[in-house]
Design a protein around this ligand. Sequence first.
Ligand code: CO8
Length: 258
Amino acid sequence: MAYETIIVDVENHVAQITLNRPDALNALNDELMKELADALSAAQDNEKVRCIIITGSEKAFAAGADIAMMKDKSFVEAFSGDLFTPETEQIMRIRKPIIAAVSGYALGGGCELAMMCDFIICSETAKFGQPEINLGVVAGIGGTQRLTRIVGKSKAMDMNLTGRFMDAEEAERSGLASRVVPCKKLLEEAQSAAQKIAEKSMISVMVVKEAVNRAYEVPLREGLLFERRMFHALFATEDQSEGMSAFLEKREAQFRDK
Ligand code: CO8
């Protein structure tokens, strides 16, 4: 599929998807969300891809859902059209790890998209926010839910009620971003993290993703049981044997995803 609103590069086992609507600061419209979901599914199906990066421009990761697209919708159109739901469901089904590399604005749906990724690396210029309240609406794809689980009630309320932006330093301090780097180093850092992940056994990588995400869904006892059972199950893999042997033989493990 040829894309109009994103750019996809696959190199060294990493699929880098760049949101590309510069005139609208990468605002998320129907076309972009469909293309993004399609590209992610293609990356999931591509055996060469072992990690995915979603990024934007230096000025904006994404400045939210496209306000011009939404402005004239009636309640019935918004409700029946179920805007972005199939695409976000599709994104949530991706089993390979996804890193958000955020520079500049990640607002509204842009912040929510970053939070749908597995972790966020941001540049010193990043600004996160849920400013939907300024438009007379509220967040619609996770800004009251994921943000609350990530940064806690007080900051989530503050962000959603006042619409203020959070800078990179606060985002890292609050656990929203895992690392902050200078703007020029953002993609290098994201690529290096992706390469590190790409070297691991894909089976362990997918288990980590499932297990950490499960922490948001189930009580602690259930989550711990799931983790323990997955730990046990990995002893059925050749990669467990290779990984532990390689450590004891003081050499690099050669994982084969088996
Ligand atoms: N939608 C559409 N166009 C946008 C958006 C947007 N979210 N953000 C920026 N643009 C456009 C501007 O209209 C402008 O276009 P033009 O040049 O044609 O006038 C261009 O991008 C550049 O923007 P600015 O001139 O405003 O640039 P500034 O540097 O002055 O300001 C800001 C940058 C602060 C990021 C500013 O653009 C801004 O506040 N943008 C809107 C942020 C916002 O409110 N985001 C939330 C949108 S609502 C949302 O995301 C809901 C998600 C849930 C969907 C749920 C579905 C179920």
